[in-house]
Write a protein that binds this ligand. Sequence first.
Ligand SMILES: Cc1cc2nc3c(=O)[nH]c(=O)nc-3n(C[C@H](O)[C@H](O)[C@H](O)COP(=O)(O)OP(=O)(O)OC[C@H]3O[C@@H](n4cnc5c(N)ncnc54)[C@H](O)[C@@H]3O)c2cc1C
Length: 564
Amino acid sequence: MRSLVVIGGGPRAAGLLERIAAQSPTSPLTVHVIDPHPPGAGRVWRHAQSPLLRMNSMAEDVTVFTDSSFDGVGPVRPGPSLAEWGDVDPTSFPSRQVQSKYLSWFFHHVRESLPPNISVSVHEARALKVVGNWVWLDSGEPLRADVLVLALGHLDAEPEPEHRKLAEHAAEHGLVHVPPLYSADADLSEVTGDVVLRGFGLAFIDLMVLLTEGRGGTYERIDGVLRYVPSGLEPRLFVGSRRGVPYHSKTGYRLQGTRPVLPHFFVADDLRGRALDFRADVWPLMAKEIAWGYYHELFTGHPGLVRMPFVEFATSYAAFPWYSAEMRELELLAVPDPDDRIDFERLDRPLTGLTFASGEEFQDYLRAYIEADVTRRSDPRHSADLGAFLALLSVYGQLPQLMPFDGWWHGYFSYLASGPPPDRLEELLALSRAGVVRFVGADMWVEAVDGAFLAGSPTTPDVVRANGLVEARLPTHSLSRTADPVLQSLRVVGDVSEDDTGLVRVSPEGRLINERGEEDPVRFAVGPYTTGKAYAAFARPNTNAPAFRQNDVLARTILRTLGD
Ligand SMILES: Cc1cc2nc3c(=O)[nH]c(=O)nc-3n(C[C@H](O)[C@H](O)[C@H](O)COP(=O)(O)OP(=O)(O)OC[C@H]3O[C@@H](n4cnc5c(N)ncnc54)[C@H](O)[C@@H]3O)c2cc1C
């Protein structure tokens, strides 16, 4: 009997198993799934976590099943989206516990519908090392793998030198330092008093929730305004980052106009084989594509807001490069309200050039900024932002077909497209009004001094003296600093290698690439720590989701490798 060992039992492993089954292999096969967390959900989506933590995807935008849009080799096997399965409001942002149930159900559903020649064996264990064809588990059990797949997901890392120093400083002075961690796993029990949070993205939102509502605080709505009622157990949170503002709110509406066909201007196939520079050749096309999604929706959904027929606009738009005087003129001519024109540079650094005489003035300014963001993102009048969002997703899927991810782009994408639900920002505002959260500013600096952490920003003259520093972000994936024992064991013998950004190198088919640049005949890796990471988020229905296509190709390659 041939044996396939999959290390990691999260959503990716479950999706791969579904595609293996869909391709109906004929030979007998045992699949071993190894994970200390429950299969299907895995670590990120395990049920055993705070019920307060939520997804940043709407229920109707999450599915684990292929649909008629799918153009892979394997067959379509339809099934319910999260909204349909969980009978939840399609436009709500469900809790991670609800998603956990959906993913666990999916895993069991796939397992139960397997053909009789495939069996699945789940090992509630951590894999410790891989030697040759053998995988060693912490339960002491060795498993033989004819083919091995690493679906390890979001990995922990050994501390970076800066974090090591900060941790030592904290230990010496009785302070607290929390390194980059998956928030649900972080020990926050010592986080009290005045604490600086470095990072204003989704990890911040999780930490904010755990340190406030998670400590017994509650919210009440008075005359339509949300108010935070403290429990007295929450620390005071000083938050800052490079941009100094939170990620943009998710939109809370649907398209009002027609859905554009994407990709339109940034098509990987048209650019393949050319020597490309990200800034000079690629980003201007990406910008044009994102703005196309934006203006397509503005013109088709809100013709009253523009001064030109769409066909006329589209013809000129196609002719001009994004960064050209002609394009700016076209925008001026066609779109009268500056708030309806898209400006990538202003969006990227909204605090650039702004300074405030006092921290207090800045608090007022940033509250107004966040309020405006929530209002805009909840108002279908601005549904062009959703048009841009859909184009952002398209661009996100095209880029890795051409070149490795650019660090700036990945951050910018997350900031624009992967922000929190709007009500989380409302909570942030309430916490700010209650004095529990204070905004530090852009380009925040942090210093370890005698007995404290200091933090400040060029945005205001204020300097914070805090007894804690929390790195509000996930660990950066890096093979050389990985804390995962399996990758460490493969690295020692040169069977894995990393690219310039620390990602594990894989071939387009997902095969591990060793230090000599050779493709591994029987070992594969997939997920956010690999160079094939483009498709880390959940699939959206009816989008021919890249994650399904990637799983499909991987399933086919694995079955071929197993001789099926
Ligand atoms: C905090 C957080 C929130 C997110 N929210 C969303 C969201 O709302 N919407 C969205 O679309 N995407 C979201 N994502 C993106 C996320 O990448 C996917 O949702 C998904 O979890 C990725 O699946 P995966 O199986 O690749 O990785 P994971 O979910 O990380 O699963 C990998 C599994 O491998 C196991 N593992 C690792 N090493 C070993 C080992 N040595 N031995 C045994 N098992 C091992 C882990 O225990 C884990 O269960 C979020 C990610 C994070 C981190």
